[in-house]
Design a protein. Structure first.
Length: 224
């Protein structure tokens, strides 16, 4: 658990739901605000480590909120906007924005930007070891342990496990897995994925059930 509080200021309820669910699955604590007024009410009583701030809001604009935040707070802020003009980005950075994401954006890109900003601001430590369901994966040494016991994984099995962990709870198609693990220039059969997942499950032993089959689609790793 990161124990990191993120304030999401966004007036689109569907986007709020998607972002909150995705980042919540990554163990961030998300609080939502649909307007500038709601945002300042939350900021008055709660401490946040990061703000995701929409530029266009019903009662004000994100620039005004950012300007006010910067009068007495150093919370990292990522601006969310449908506009991609360079001048807008420069204006945001001049006001003190830490990053800028143009809509529409993928959740994986958002997560990468969130982690990057938190690391730059020394909120999120750079840790190349992750533990999920008792499975510990060390990215520096490309080693995997289950309850302290080292597993003997092939390079493909390691990359497959890493891809599942990096996309925890997401249903991944066989084509997605092939592209990510074997590369876009791989022309083998999709059944290659099934074969290697079977081998990986066998080596994961008591943790094999954490990799679920998504019927007619592919696989996903779930949290116990």
């Amino acid at each position: 658990m990161y124990n990191i509080n993120i304030l999401l200021v966004e007036d689109d309820p569907r986007l709020r739901e998607i972002v909150s669910k995705y980042l919540g699955n990554e163990d961030f604590i998300i609080k939502e605000a649909a307007s500038g007024k709601e945002a300042f009410e939350l900021l008055e009583y709660e401490e946040f480590h990061l703000i995701l701030l929409d530029v266009m809001l019903p009662d004000t604009d994100g620039w005004s909120i950012l300007r006010k935040i910067r009068t007495d707070k150093t919370i990292p802020v990522i601006m969310l906007t449908a506009r991609s003009e360079e001048q807008d980005k420069l204006f945001g950075f001049e006001l003190g924005a830490d990053d800028y994401i143009t809509k529409p954006f993928s959740m994986r890109l958002l997560l990468a930007r969130v982690k990057a900003v938190l690391k730059r601001n020394q909120v999120l430590s750079v840790n190349n070891e992750v533990t999920i369901n008792g499975i510990t994966l060390n990215k520096d040494y490309r080693q995997v342990f289950i309850d302290g016991e080292k597993l003997d994984l092939s390079p493909i099995e390691y990359s497959l496990l890493l891809y599942f962990i990096d996309n925890l709870n997401l249903a991944l198609s066989r084509n997605q897995i092939l592209d990510a693990v074997w590369g876009y220039d791989y022309f083998g059969d999709e059944r290659t994925v099934d074969t290697h997942v079977k081998r990986l499950r066998k080596k994961l032993m008591s943790k094999s059930h954490c990799i679920e089959t998504v019927r007619g689609h592919g696989y996903r790793m779930v949290r116990e």
